[in-house]
Design a protein around this ligand. Structure first.
Ligand code: FSX
Ligand code: SF4
Ligand code: F3S
Length: 385
């Protein structure tokens, strides 16, 4: 074992021991018993833990620790708030043909307060939220799905009988939270409702609260990225390494393009020229029909969705950059190559500021030019058919 692994093991073991001392949220149930009840064998569970371990960038010797951490998730109350959005983030987690370990963990821990999943409604639901905030003060994880409308003094989003503003609920809940995750692009960056002209003045969660927020973007993000962020918190108890947009690097450290299954065709200059053509049938690269994979940081090409079944590029459409800030304004038109679009944004079109990735607009532009040149040269090099 590497020396750094040894010190990590010590950190994890101390943290897990502390968590194990906490009472379960519901003493009558545990993640372990739920997994058993669903007929998930120990072998399958360990297989899942092994995959999560690799996913988090830890060596395989940590698999038993990750398995233990997952089982301790029943000690962590989660409060999941819905703001302005489509509920796709929750759907991403629960819409699987058979319950996955990810969805089971999520279902179980989030029962404390989740507007679409919990049994309570009306006054009772509001009371649950207030009680959870008081009871678990300083201990709960706050997960927020959706952008926060701030226009017209926040009145575009009111929730519950008292007509409380979404913005105020977010602020109050943030106060006692041990960790705050913005789930989805809406909560991370404003999302679809913040697209120009942003009539409701929607903003990201981090703009309305003054505590650190971990962004888990994607419209929607994958179940693995959500559960992985939770597991990371259980293990480390601290914020993960984040990129310039506060996204965990273990999940958003690479571009879609880096691990895309169509990458060989990109390198060989084989492109789909229009949907339905021979190139499309042959599974060629989708760059020329608008794929934004070279500019998008996420792990979809490696992890896919729905238990690893598929992902946008596999289904035949380019990536639309859904985990990038302001992608509705900056990544469109979705079915045109990005070079044209960048030309428009950089030289006078919509959202020039919005593309300014702190990593460097220069880098993005150079990449765009490089890729456009590559695409053009490979077309020239290819014999005319
Ligand atoms: Fe929808 Fe979530 Fe997109 Fe937003 O996902 S899938 S609009 S990121 O907040 O519900
Ligand atoms: Fe894949 Fe898109 Fe990159 Fe082509 S441009 S290799 S389809 S990510
Ligand atoms: Fe979104 Fe692109 Fe992945 S559109 S789901 S980041 S492939």
């Amino acid at each position: 074992m590497k020396k750094s692994d040894e010190s990590l093991k010590r950190i994890f073991s101390k943290r897990l021991k502390e968590l194990a001392k906490l009472p379960k949220i519901d003493e009558s149930k545990s993640i372990e018993s739920i997994i058993e009840k669903e007929g998930i064998s120990r072998r399958d569970f360990m297989k899942w833990a092994g995959a999560m371990t690799a996913f988090l960038g830890l060596s395989s010797t940590f698999t038993p620790t990750v398995a233990k951490a997952a089982k301790l998730a029943d000690r962590l109350p989660v409060i999941w708030l819905h703001m302005a959005e489509c509920t796709g983030c929750s759907e991403s987690l629960i819409r699987t043909a058979t319950p996955t370990i990810d969805s089971l963990i999520f279902d179980y821990i989030s029962l404390d307060y989740h507007e679409t999943l919990m049994a309570a409604s009306g006054w009772q639901a509001e009371e649950n939220l207030e009680n959870s905030i008081k009871k678990y003060h300083g201990r709960y994880i706050m997960m927020v799905e959706g952008g926060i409308p701030t226009g017209n003094a926040g009145s575009f989003l009111t929730i519950g009988g008292h007509g409380k503003k979404g913005e105020d609920i977010a602020k109050e809940t943030a106060e006692g939270a041990a960790a705050i995750f913005a789930i989805g692009t809406c909560s991370s960056f404003g999302g679809v409702q913040a697209a120009a002209p942003n009539p409701t003045g929607a903003v990201s969660l981090s703009k309305v609260i003054d505590k650190p927020v971990i962004n888990v973007p994607g419209c929607p993000p994958s179940a693995k990225n959500i559960v992985g962020t939770l597991l990371h918190f259980i293990l480390f108890g601290t914020l993960p390494a984040l990129d310039a947009f506060n996204r965990p690097k273990w999940a958003y450290g690479h571009r879609i393009h880096d691990l895309c299954e169509r990458r060989g065709h990109f390198d060989a200059g084989e492109f789909v020229e229009q949907f339905g053509d021979e190139g499309a049938k042959n599974g060629y690269c989708l760059y020329k029909v608008g794929c934004k994979g070279p500019y998008t940081f996420n792990n979809c090409s490696r992890e896919r969705f729905n238990q690893h079944t598929s992902w946008p590029v596999q289904a035949g459409h380019g990536c639309i950059g859904c985990s990038e800030p302001d992608f509705w304004d900056t990544m469109g038109p979705y079915e045109e190559p990005v070079a044209d679009h960048l030309y428009k944004t950089v030289f006078g079109g919509l959202g020039a500021d919005a593309t300014a990735d702190k990593v460097g607009l220069g880098l993005l532009t150079v990449t765009a030019i490089g890729i456009a040149a590559h695409a053009a040269i490979s077309v020239v090099k290819k014999p005319k058919e």
